[in-house]
Write a protein that binds this ligand. Sequence first.
Ligand code: MG
Length: 335
Amino acid sequence: MQLERNEERLDPRAARSTRSHKQRAEKKSPVRTEFQRDRDRILHSKSFRRLKHKTQVFIAPEGDHFRTRLTHTLEVSQIARTIARALNMNEDLTEAIALGHDIGHTPFGHIGEKVMNDLTDFGFKHSEQSLRVVDRIEYHGKGLNLTDEVRNGILFHSKGMGPIYPKEISKLPDTLEGQIVRISDLIAYVNHDIDDALRAGVIIEKDIPVSSQRVLGKTFAKRIDTIVIDVINRSMENNLKTIFMSEEIQNELISLREFLYHRVYWRKETRESRDKIRKILVTIFEEIKKQPEKYVNPFPEPDPIEKRIIDFIAGMTDRYALNLYKKISLPIYIW
Ligand code: MG
């Protein structure tokens, strides 16, 4: 069959949709591989569309040119597909994981994620929530019935401030395509967050560490190009045992990430808005707890109501949360 012949051309270490597994058996499509279908289901989901109004780093209403969670996702996908194609990996699988990786992200970026984590004893991680969205929340609680390869790539994409290569191999995705997305997420956000910080006037060009400028390049495009080409070459030299990066480039990427944490993510203004965002989300949580049936889906069953309230709040866009907060907190004539 034509679809299988297309996959025969891939590197032997690439994932094959014909060998993939789903929780519920389904009739195969005559024109799309299982990974293409997964990508399409993610792209057509409501949670995916809501990413357009969720903060990446800069609160979206501040300006139209800043990244949102949606444009971040598209940039990750584009970088990941470039690497996957160059390494003869499965580009459809790579794209599906990339488009789904942040689908469970909260409003207000990582500040929102931290508040969600503090609100209940269940804890909250956006990567786990992304898997929960595709497995148990989307499609009216039936889930999207994605392949195990896509689900695993979504769950293991996140690194936080941890090392680029974790000591335990069990913390890496099972497929090389999943590893490509994991590294592309970092390449995308470090570079576009610098670009947005420059746009916002939070930093200026000469603040960017000199060695990063020298090794990676002086512009946004050049920096991404240098890192992507390094990942492709080193992974090939490494005989595709893992998706790899040279130590020199790795060190520069880590130093740029640290630079961002200190100068952008943890700056004074962010700390101040953190308290305000916490107040907004806590107020919403307490209000919904008083009459959950008014807001919360009956699914996923049999999860406790507090977990479903978190599902609802985590699914909100920034503007939905702000509007709801106004309705809860202000007299009706000020809305
Ligand atoms: Mg991401």
